[in-house]
Design a protein around this ligand. Structure first.
Ligand SMILES: NC(=O)c1ccc[n+]([C@@H]2O[C@H](COP(=O)([O-])OP(=O)(O)OC[C@H]3O[C@@H](n4cnc5c(N)ncnc54)[C@H](OP(=O)(O)O)[C@@H]3O)[C@@H](O)[C@H]2O)c1
Length: 227
């Protein structure tokens, strides 16, 4: 029997690279995003939907009723620079990055717990440790995202369900903004890291490791700046 995966946010970037790799490894995949998928494959099924739409949980329940997934990966993420004169996009960043991930976990994980097996991966960022004046909603939503998944991981491990919080540095996709992108990796390299997570199922996975000292340095500078 083929293993089944549900991948949210996979018409582009890291999600697309992971979907291609898993199809090559004989997985059966259902993907969700707002546009049609570039992938044409007999083991791939795509649903066009916006995770922030009120009907998204119904779509998840419909898909789960058609067959349960061994693996679910939530890739969807958006970032907006703060415009203090127009903050109308701020709630959307939390809806898409955080609340919709929680809606996904809430639909998928109880089915996994009933079966006593399954793996939920959420793709976060090293931004989860930082505070940003430029994009506070992105950084804060990723902090909530990572904390939530770490709690879920502790709660669900005894029930046979693994939860992995992946924290990437810069990855070369349309999402990577800014002039300075130290140690940026390709989407294909990021997909290799996700494959390691699928095999080893760690609670937390950070890549690239070399970015960690840079984050620590930025945290020190943040603290000094706050004094
Ligand atoms: N790239 C980086 O430097 C970097 C670094 C750290 C962490 N991350 C995280 O990694 C994850 C993937 O990022 P990426 O770089 O691969 O981004 P990306 O290239 O922008 O891809 C995002 C994917 O999410 C889908 N999507 C966006 N909004 C959606 C919505 N409302 N409903 C449904 N699907 C939606 C997009 O497809 P549609 O447009 O078709 O909907 C696309 O397939 C994100 O959570 C991001 O925060 C990225």
């Amino acid at each position: 029997m083929k293993k089944k995966a549900l991948i949210i946010g996979n018409t582009d970037g890291i999600g697309l690279a992971v979907t291609k790799r898993l199809l090559a490894n004989d997985w059966d995949i259902t993907g969700i995003s707002r546009s049609e998928s570039p992938i044409k494959h007999t083991a791939y099924h795509h649903r066009v939907a916006d995770v922030s739409h009120f009907e998204y949980p119904e779509l998840l329940n419909e898909l789960l009723s058609e067959g349960l997934s061994d693996l679910c990966i939530y890739f969807v993420g958006i970032g907006e620079l703060l415009d203090p004169l127009d903050m109308s996009h701020e709630p959307e960043v939390f809806d898409v990055n955080l609340t919709s991930m929680v809606k996904t976990a809430s639909a998928v994980i109880p089915q996994m717990v009933k079966r006593g097996q399954g793996h939920f991966i959420g793709v976060s960022s090293l931004a989860d440790e930082l505070i940003s004046a430029e994009a506070p909603s992105y950084y804060a939503s990723k902090a909530g995202f990572s904390n939530y998944l770490r709690g879920l991981s502790l709660a669900l491990k005894p029930k046979g369900v693994c939860v992995t919080n992946v924290r990437f540095g810069f990855v070369d996709t349309k999402m990577a903004k800014g002039d300075i992108k130290p140690l940026m990796m390709s989407a294909e390299r990021a997909a290799e890291h996700i494959e390691v997570c699928i095999k080893k199922r760690p609670a937390r996975y950070t890549a690239p490791k070399l970015v960690i000292p840079l984050i620590k340095f930025r945290k020190v500078m943040m603290k000094l700046g706050a004094k």
